[in-house]
Write a protein that binds this ligand. Structure first.
Ligand SMILES: *Cc1c(COP(=O)(O)O)cnc(C)c1O
Length: 233
């Protein structure tokens, strides 16, 4: 069973790697500059251990409780990314299990994560989630592009947070290339105040090529790697 699953994951990984390599070649980018984050939400801890055996160093989870339970079960040493929306009241818990929180889109959430990181006596990496939705239709989360620098300045002043870059989700039904180009421009402005914030987390199973063309340094892959998942409730 485990062997079969491992073979299946390896086959999926080979396909994902081939897509990433082709996209890097098309964009004249170095393959080593794009990391694949395995998005393991809804999949069991045993899959995470298999992914670690296949060479993964980082996994992404979107729900606090699920992530905590799985992290306690997983044997491998990995870096855990929180990729879902974080409620302020959950920030302290998230700061304990996560190494990197993708998706900070407001100052009060940054403050809450700072308190959590302080109490956990650790440094927490964070990405600013940038909204790529047309103005006024905020459905996939994120700070407005015009507010990225102000939020960055707020985060830079917090002792236990390290601003590592930006993250975004392309709008549903829109042109992902146009959206990721907006992200690249927001990232450029961010680098003006935070030159260390090099990470661009963008692209999922369906649009990783568009993200890589526009500078993604990390793609977040769930379905293409692990298979179909039941819808989140
Ligand atoms: C679930 C999820 C992904 C992975 O999506 P797939 O389409 O399964 O690759 C990536 N990013 C975020 C924020 C997610 O919630």
């Amino acid at each position: 069973m485990t062997d079969e699953r491992k073979t299946e994951l390896q086959r999926n990984l080979d396909e994902v790697n081939a897509r990433v390599a082709a996209a890097c070649a098309a964009a004249h980018r170095v393959r080593a500059d794009v990391r694949v984050l395995a998005v393991t939400k809804t999949f069991p801890a045993s899959d995470i251990d298999l992914l670690a055996e296949l060479g993964f160093t980082d996994v992404g989870e979107s729900r606090d409780q699920e992530a905590r339970l799985k992290k306690a079960e997983v044997k491998a040493f990995l870096r855990w990314h929180m990729i879902g929306q974080v409620q302020r009241k959950k920030a302290k818990q998230v700061a304990h299990w996560a190494d990197l929180v993708e998706g900070v889109d407001r100052a009060d959430l940054a403050d809450a994560l700072q308190l959590g990181a302080q109490s956990a006596e650790k440094n927490l990496e964070v990405l600013i989630q940038v909204s790529l939705d047309p103005d006024g239709t905020q459905n996939r989360g994120g700070v407005d592009r015009g507010q990225v620098v102000a939020l960055a300045e707020h985060i830079l002043a917090l002792s236990h947070l390290t601003l590592a870059g930006v993250m975004a989700v392309a709008p549903l039904g829109g042109d992902p290339e146009a959206a990721f180009e907006l992200l690249a421009r927001a990232h450029e402005r961010l680098l003006g105040v935070a030159p260390g914030a090099q990470m661009v987390s963008a692209g999922m199973s369906g649009d990783l090529e568009a993200a890589i063309i526009h500078g993604a340094t990390q793609v977040r892959i769930g379905g293409a790697l692990l298979g179909n998942r039941p819808p989140l409730t």
